[in-house]
Write a protein that binds this ligand. Structure first.
Ligand SMILES: NC(=O)c1ccc[n+]([C@@H]2O[C@H](COP(=O)([O-])OP(=O)(O)OC[C@H]3O[C@@H](n4cnc5c(N)ncnc54)[C@H](OP(=O)(O)O)[C@@H]3O)[C@@H](O)[C@H]2O)c1
Length: 251
């Protein structure tokens, strides 16, 4: 039997590197995607059972170009790890319209398009897995990072709905909602004072392990870590008006 093919977006840093390492150890063949080609090539060489595709996934048409690349190699996607994403700290009025649009295009648009393109094949084959990386940011509005929080609320809602849509088809669908995690995320997002969030940051490897274990048992939503699990319950305990003020204090 040929090894299953796993497509990992955002595999040049952070969680994506650990997804690649852990899935490589399971014997899958990997396709690693991000913009920084050298990092992807180095990781592919280290793992042995992976190849790199350098692509800006926020650009229109990126999903179709990526899947055309797989088709050229005679590959179909058995497992999709929708991990590429970024945040941006600052108020909506100050971050810049183009960057906020790019965040929506990558965090939501690309994730949705890739999912829609690979899903029919998975359903036809009666098996497959889609892991969408959301965030604990998905559980409340986030003044000071409004668009990022909203993109992750989209990912969580979309993934939960999709999980129900494909029930019984053999396709597993899981949303992974990490809290603060030690990656390049905070550097990229340039949150004003991220130290408050980073203080509670988990290492990336256990976050990834929890996500993959959840996908294997087809768990709808995975929140790794006790502090994150408790934090994500805020919306059950506090009125939304209070919740968003608490979130504002964090940024
Ligand atoms: N770290 C956290 O605290 C945290 C918490 C909750 C959720 N998350 C989510 O976890 C996911 C992974 O983030 P991370 O924490 O691992 O951050 P990271 O270390 O900054 O990695 C982000 C990855 O996304 C890729 N990426 C960014 N823009 C891209 C683009 N336009 N086209 C292609 N690839 C692009 C980056 O590669 P290139 O720059 O090479 O393109 C990199 O591989 C994201 O969806 C993030 O929102 C992170």
């Amino acid at each position: 039997m040929t090894a299953p093919i796993v497509l990992i977006t955002g595999a040049s840093a952070g969680l994506g590197v650990d997804f690649a390492r852990q899935m490589s150890a399971e014997g899958s063949r990997l396709v690693l995607v991000a913009r920084r080609a050298e990092r992807l090539e180095a990781l592919a060489a280290e793992l042995g059972n992976a190849r790199a595709v350098a692509l800006d996934l926020s650009e229109a048409g990126a999903a179709e170009r990526l899947l055309a690349n797989l088709a050229d190699h005679g590959e179909h996607v058995d497992c999709l790890i929708n991990n590429a994403g970024f945040g941006a700290g600052g108020d909506v009025a100050t971050i810049g319209a183009a960057r906020q649009r790019q965040m929506i295009d990558l965090n939501c648009g690309l994730l949705t398009e890739l999912t829609a393109l690979v899903l029919p094949g998975m359903i036809e084959r009666g098996r497959g897995g889609i892991l969408n990386v959301a965030s604990t940011a998905a559980f409340q509005p986030g003044p000071g990072a409004a668009v990022y929080y909203a993109t992750k609320a989209f990912v969580l809602s979309f993934t939960e709905a999709l999980h129900e849509e494909v029930a019984g088809t053999g396709v597993h669908v899981t949303a992974l909602c990490p809290g603060p995690t030690k990656t390049e995320f905070f550097e990229v997002a340039a949150y004003g004072d991220s130290s408050r969030l980073e203080k509670f940051a988990m290492s990336s490897a256990p976050v990834v392990a929890a996500g993959l274990a959840g996908l294997a048992r087809n768990q709808t939503v995975v929140i790794p870590g006790t502090v994150n699990k408790l934090g994500a319950q805020g919306h059950r305990l506090l009125p939304r008006a209070v919740l968003r003020k608490v979130a504002k204090l964090v940024h």
